[in-house]
Design a binder for this molecule. Structure first.
Ligand code: TMP
Length: 218
């Protein structure tokens, strides 16, 4: 599947550290898509495909001990390749807006930067896994590490990555800010500490003009 074949639709990805509020904002957008009769599909990485569900359990389980950083990256890339093949690509071909809770930028930040595997290597593998498919818009929800961790405490049980030290999570935050500086047209930073409805409004300020340009009627 080539990039051109899949680009009839619109790929919107959400990124950010732990507890940034991605799920809440995706839920708000779903309401907005329904109100505007825009066909959409919500999915995620890891875990969007049937294979990916198994990979997600493996890669996030605290029972997975001594996983090498390289193996970790390849598991995320396997999930990504299958996800693009099975969900994202076909949905884009039918002119849907595909909203993915995380995509390739997560590997660039978590594995490329935070696990020190290198941004170039990781981006090369991202291109391989996605056949070069890039999001039309990426929203990075930015919250201070402490805020994210406070929100996580309210959830039950932390996964393997959420259990990483505060320094790791600070690198995640800075990593996304760095990617956004490098690709300002595609990646937009949105302050995730603002009230939920304000955050949604800001996301829509970025999304609406891009959707219109792509031919979606709003
Ligand atoms: P989630 O809980 O936000 O869905 O994300 C799952 C975890 O996996 C989160 O800690 C980020 C991490 N992750 C990576 O390390 N690399 C990746 O490529 C992806 C997609 C997620």
């Amino acid at each position: 599947m080539t990039q051109r074949q899949t680009k009839k639709g619109f790929l919107l990805t959400f990124e950010g550290g732990e507890g940034a509020g991605k799920s809440t904002q995706i839920r708000a957008l779903v309401q907005w898509f329904k109100q505007h009769h825009i066909p959409f599909e919500v999915t995620r990485q890891p875990g969007g495909s049937a294979l990916g569900k198994g990979l997600r359990r493996l890669v996030l389980s605290t029972k997975t001990k001594n996983l090498s950083s390289r193996a970790e990256l390849l598991l995320y890339e396997a999930d990504r390749a299958q996800h693009v093949h099975e969900q994202v690509g076909p949905a884009l071909q039918t002119r849907k807006v595909v909203v993915s809770d995380r995509f390739a930028d997560s590997s660039t930040v978590y594995q490329g930067i935070c696990r020190n595997l290198g941004v170039d290597w990781t981006e090369e593998l991202n291109r391989f896994a996605t056949s070069g498919l890039e999001p039309d818009l990426t929203i990075v929800l930015d919250v201070p590490v402490e805020t994210g961790r406070e929100r996580l405490k309210k959830r039950r049980g932390l996964d393997r990555i959420e259990r990483e030290k505060a320094d790791f999570h600070r690198n995640v935050r800075n990593g996304f800010l760095r990617l956004a500086r490098r690709a300002p047209h595609r990646i937009k930073i949105v302050n995730g500490t603002n009230p939920k409805s304000e955050v949604t409004k800001e996301i829509l300020r970025h999304l609406e003009p891009k959707l219109r340009r792509k031919g979606f009627r709003i």
